[in-house]
Design a protein around this ligand. Sequence first.
Ligand code: AMP
Ligand code: MG
Length: 527
Amino acid sequence: MQQIQFDNQFFNHLPADPENKNFIRQVHEACYSSVKPVIVSRPELVAYSQEVAEMLGFDQTFCQSDDFVQIFSGNKQLDGMQPYAMCYGGHQFGNWAGQLGDGRAINLGELVNSKGERFTLQLKGAGPTPYSRSADGLAVLRSSIREFLCSEAMHHLGIPTTRALSVVLTGEQVVRDMFYDGNPEPEPGAIVCRVSPTFTRFGSFEIFTSRGETEVLRQLVDYTIATDFPHLPEPGPETYLAWFNEICQRTATLMVHWMRVGFVHGVMNTDNMSITGLTIDYGPYGWLDDYNPDWTPNTTDAQGKRYRYGHQPHIAQWNLFKLANALYPLIQQTEPLQDILNDYAEFYNSSWQQMMASKLGLTELKGETDETLMMDLLSTLKLVETDMTIFFRKLALIDTDNNQINNEELIKPLLEAYYVEEQLTDSYKSKMIDWLHRYRKRLSENSLSYAERKELMNSVNPKYVLRNYLAQQAIDSSTEGDHSLVNELLEVMRRPYDEQPGKEKFAQKRPDWARHRPGCSMLSCSS
Ligand code: AMP
Ligand code: MG
């Protein structure tokens, strides 16, 4: 049996709920409640991530053992595990929602690996907790596969994220009304083991301020700074401000990454915002197929589209504002908090421009002219259905050496990115061709050779992203008992920037059958 070392600092250093019975309640002046996962009948491994296993120091034999399935389905606890659910609140869709908490997530403990790195292991879908409100504490296979694959895909894209060790079937059926339209159906139950240095969220702080529990707030803040931001000095108002500034910068950086790859989180409530700037809580997320800043995959948000792609950086700032309010009792000054929030916008904008420059293969930004070039491209992309991922990948192929090139040849590498041939009118084409000429001219002032530019662009414009329909295909076959596509997708998503000959079918644009299919273009919060 694998030797695993736990050191449960969160559990041991922060105030606990004194009640040990598992029933739904409001939990006051506590960061967590002890609770055990439920026993499941027939746990079965669907997939595990080799990289996460290695990071945790697990060998392959262990990952393929019955012990592994028993532990990561919640049936068995290792020595040193102290399971608990965290207490937090949150603003959901713009409104204060009060206590939320881990309604179906149970932390098993904090593992310390051989490098001394610390990771909390958490089961999602492991049964009810004091925070389950009216729900069952469970998760279904489709949402578990989506979380598992996307966490790993994001990591390999170089985007800060919580990780996923494993996904297991429980052997139980779980009833879900996928579109909240009165059609509940039994679905296979599953559990993901998520892994992260911390699962603390903006809402973890908001809950204490909302209740006037300032001493617990201070304890959690000081604990978080000491544990997850150890480079910051001793606690105090100045340190709290420096900390808030760092959270803003990390969050801005995360938004720039999401914008770069076309990721839409779907539910950016403050309880789904990581305090360390990780992507957390993969629910009705999606990837842009055609470039449409107004798109959201989340049918629950279809009306207001609060969490649409193009709005994410702004919503992040709104969420940071709520976090600033939560931290205010410890700082007692409005102005420096407001200044930091204003800096967020500036920091985001300059980071976004640098990111866009790299997507275009430009090594430096030339002020307004480059900004206009970027904005003109984005507004042209919106005019007709254009696959964002394919477009930027193919843009690297635009010829800069050949001065004799004609317009048809110029636009040719990009044609694969378009969804609807009839939309490629002469007037549209001439707009895009005009832009391409401007782009070529700009590239001639660049210091990179063609090969160097291509390399730069291919390192930021992925060829493979976890397209919504691909995840759905893997879910469909896994539901039928064949988990090979989950594993194949996991494998392809490990090297998203590489060409990977033979795997091109995973880089194709969304097929027409997937345009309106649930799971491929529309998702709800039901999971
Ligand atoms: P989410 O929108 O998935 O981030 O969830 C918001 C809140 O609802 C969190 O407190 C979750 O733990 C809780 N929740 C979501 N689904 C369930 C479920 N099936 N059982 C219990 N709690 C849930
Ligand atoms: Mg959540």
